[in-house]
Design a protein around this ligand. Structure first.
Ligand code: 5GP
Ligand code: ZN
Length: 137
């Protein structure tokens, strides 16, 4: 299904032009307009899924295979030293466009892109509680 009010549906399906690195019947990979680093790309399904929780299993599996292949090409072509896969779900997690997308962010030594988090702390009790809550679902 497409959502006629969704900008990424329009981009993924070619109604709005984009710099496309890859396209097949399921996906389009485009360059991000506000890149964290040189070559920052977005993998978009052509169907509208709001976020990870909305994805069907078949599409979810295809996403990682496609991300892996395009990431390999990007790393070689751009001479990247590393690459982050980032995927935000929900406003609290930084999602701003509510059409599932995977960020492919090539990394370069000393690029200073602020993508990694500052490690926090936890306790054995908290870890046990988290485990118990997840196990109970
Ligand atoms: P999010 O914050 O939802 O994970 O990521 C949304 C991303 O989409 C951002 O990195 C933003 O720069 C990018 N973006 C937003 N609108 C457009 C657009 O119209 N075209 C392209 N190519 N990227 C966009
Ligand atoms: Zn959409």
């Amino acid at each position: 299904m497409k959502d006629s009010s969704c900008i990424f549906c329009k981009i993924a399906n070619g109604e709005i032009p984009s710099t496309t690195l890859y396209e097949d019947e399921d996906f389009r990979v485009i360059l991000d307009l506000g890149p964290a680093t040189r070559g920052h790309a977005l993998l978009l399904p052509k169907e509208h899924y709001k976020d990870l929780f909305d994805l069907d299993d078949e599409t979810a599996a295809k996403v990682l295979i496609r991300a892996k292949r395009i990431a390999g090409r990007m790393r070689t072509a751009l001479g990247a030293d590393g690459l982050n896969l980032v995927q935000n779900n929900g406003e609290a997690a930084g999602q701003t466009v509510f059409h599932f997308h995977m960020h492919l962010i090539p990394r370069y030594q000393e690029d200073h892109a602020g993508i990694l988090w500052k490690p926090g702390s936890t306790t054995a009790e908290e870890m046990e509680e988290v485990k118990r809550l997840v196990d109970s679902q």
